[in-house]
Design a protein around this ligand. Structure first.
Ligand code: MSP
Length: 509
């Protein structure tokens, strides 16, 4: 069985999870579930990033011990993973002993190989961004951009990782591996960034400035720079099960350069390990056209949201609305447009009609198809086209169009029902009409079985409910499940709760 390893970025625990965090996790989960359905042996990792200045500062601002603070916030992210129905195989926290050990081992190895050296460093430092700044970071008027907060000048002895020595190797690597970064325009930006000389990376912080980190194994007066620590999580989780390198590190656009696109492959290469096979870089969500921000209230809390709308509909919206790699906007209005037209009126409606009409016209038992006329021929021809396009689109990360195709098949099935009008056929006792009626019921059950199977990675709970209604077990694999046939003939259909109800507040209008 082909093994497939994918990871999400690990979230900082200095605040509660928001929609952006939820998106990345859902996107990754959809990929993980798709690969599993295709028969691959998937290992899917997510987790939390718990060291560094910002976290220490947030804990102090709240007046709680840092460990307690990270335990409490990390628990919210663990909860979110459950709420979103993620199929992750592991959840890593960078404060766990298994991770600290790996970070220390890797640092020691690099130190022993001469990849790390100590030097005096004088420069402008942004505590908020936890980074030293360069002259080119200044605004034209000489001030530092707002995002850096208060900037201070400091002189420190620190440890440096020889990043620059590997710059040409990295350029050659990225040039030779077209698929290393998706989408292509991000790969281009990365190569452009690499056309300027890199500085070596300062990987230590003196303990008197920052306590909350992993002590350097070769000098306990320092802790490890948070990115050097965090990136290694992807390796920690699988180093003993032989799954490195990752097939995908899924990340947001803000953490490609320099962290994942430069530090990470070079760190691995210096350690004698291969880079991840690909970095999948997604865009950012805005909310109502503006940057998401807790302070202005322009914010979507996935936990609150799913108190009103079920998780599958949120998962569907996130994947349907965003083109992987591009930005997208979240608004209640747009959510409702998709919820009503695609989920409630199209998919939900097909489920209800299939079950209700089979109950009414065939005592709940799916008949055998007896005739193949134009309406059946059309729908049956649409199926393999839909399925094949769906998989090609998923392979190219075009999940939003893949979902559109699957939904078009559902819509076509609803249109088929209108064409056949089983309620009219039921009133016509002629053998021809009765054969058409049985065929119609068999056809829509089969179309629902197939169409919904494609939606499983995005809405696993809803699809498994549909399958229960169709007297089928939860979906475990796609193999053997995606051919048009008479699979459901003789099945006694069950009841299904309304899948996409309109909540009370929406019913009034
Ligand atoms: N801790 C680092 C990642 C370390 S990975 C070794 C970090 N954490 S984060 O909490 O700030 O962001 C986690 C992920 O969420 C990142 O991939 C980031 O791009 C993503 N998002 C944060 N805000 C987002 C949106 N508004 N929209 C989409 N994704 C967003 O960076």
């Amino acid at each position: 069985m082909k093994s497939f390893y994918l990871t999400t970025a690990i979230d900082y625990v200095n605040g509660s999870p928001h929609l952006g965090h939820a998106y990345e996790k859902v996107l990754s989960d959809v990929i993980a579930r798709t690969k599993r359905m295709q028969g691959q042996d998937v290992f899917f990792l997510t987790g939390t990033d718990e060291h560094g200045q910002k976290i220490q500062q947030s804990a102090r601002a709240k007046g709680v011990p840092t460990q307690q603070f990270v335990d409490e916030t990390a628990a919210e992210f663990v909860q979110l993973a459950k709420l979103l129905n993620l199929s992750n195989n592991d959840f890593i926290r960078t404060t766990e002993p298994r991770h600290k050990q790996v970070v220390r081992d890797c640092l020691q190895q690099l130190f022993d190989k001469g990849e790390i050296y100590k030097a005096e460093y004088k420069g402008f430092y942004s505590p908020r961004q936890e980074q030293f700044l360069q002259e080119k970071d200044r605004l034209p008027d000489g001030k530092w951009p707002e995002i850096f907060g208060e900037v201070i000048e400091i002189t420190e002895s620190n440890y440096f990782f020889k990043l620059r020595a590997y710059q040409q190797w990295l350029i050659d690597y990225i040039t030779a591996h077209e698929d290393f970064v998706f989408p292509a325009h991000r790969r281009k930006s990365l190569l452009e960034f690499l056309s300027e000389p890199l500085n070596d990376l300062c990987i230590s912080r003196p303990k008197d400035r920052l306590e909350w980190g992993i002590p350097l194994p070769f000098d306990e007066n320092y802790v490890t720079y948070v990115w050097f620590d965090a990136l290694l999580n992807y390796y920690t989780a699988v180093k003993d099960n032989g799954r490195w390198p990752a097939d995908f590190n899924v990340i947001g656009k803000d953490i490609l350069i320099p962290a994942h696109g430069i530090y990470w492959p070079i760190m691995l290469h210096a350690l004698g390990l291969p880079p991840p096979k690909a970095l999948l870089v997604h865009g950012w969500w805005s909310v109502n056209g503006a940057k998401m921000s807790k302070s202005t209230g322009n914010f979507v809390d996935p936990v609150e949201f799913t108190k009103t709308w079920n998780v599958d509909s949120l998962r569907y919206f996130l994947v349907r609305e965003m083109t992987v790699g591009m930005d997208a906007d979240f608004s209640q209005e747009q959510f409702l447009v998709r919820y009503n037209s695609e989920l409630a009126n199209s998919l939900g409606n097909l489920v209800n009609r299939t079950l209700n009409m089979t109950t009414r016209f065939a005592a709940g038992v799916v008949p055998t198809a007896e005739v193949t006329e134009d309406p059946e021929r059309e729908l049956q021809a649409l199926w393999p086209k839909t399925r094949d396009e769906f998989f090609a689109l998923c392979d190219g990360f075009q999940f939003h169009i893949a979902l559109e195709r699957a939904m078009q098949f559902i819509t076509a099935t609803n249109a088929y029902i209108e064409k056949r009008a089983p309620w009219k056929l039921a009133k016509d006792p002629s053998p021809a009409a009765q054969a058409q009626l049985r065929t119609t019921l068999a056809t829509i059950a089969e179309a629902l079985r197939l169409g919904s199977a494609l939606l499983w990675p995005v809405m696993p709970a809803a699809v498994d409910k549909i399958r229960t209604g169709l007297a089928l077990p939860p979906l475990a694999q796609w193999e053997g499940e995606l051919e048009w046939g008479g699979r459901l003939a003789g099945a006694k259909l069950g009841a299904v709760d309304i899948l996409f109800p309109k909540p009370a507040t929406e019913k009034k209008g």
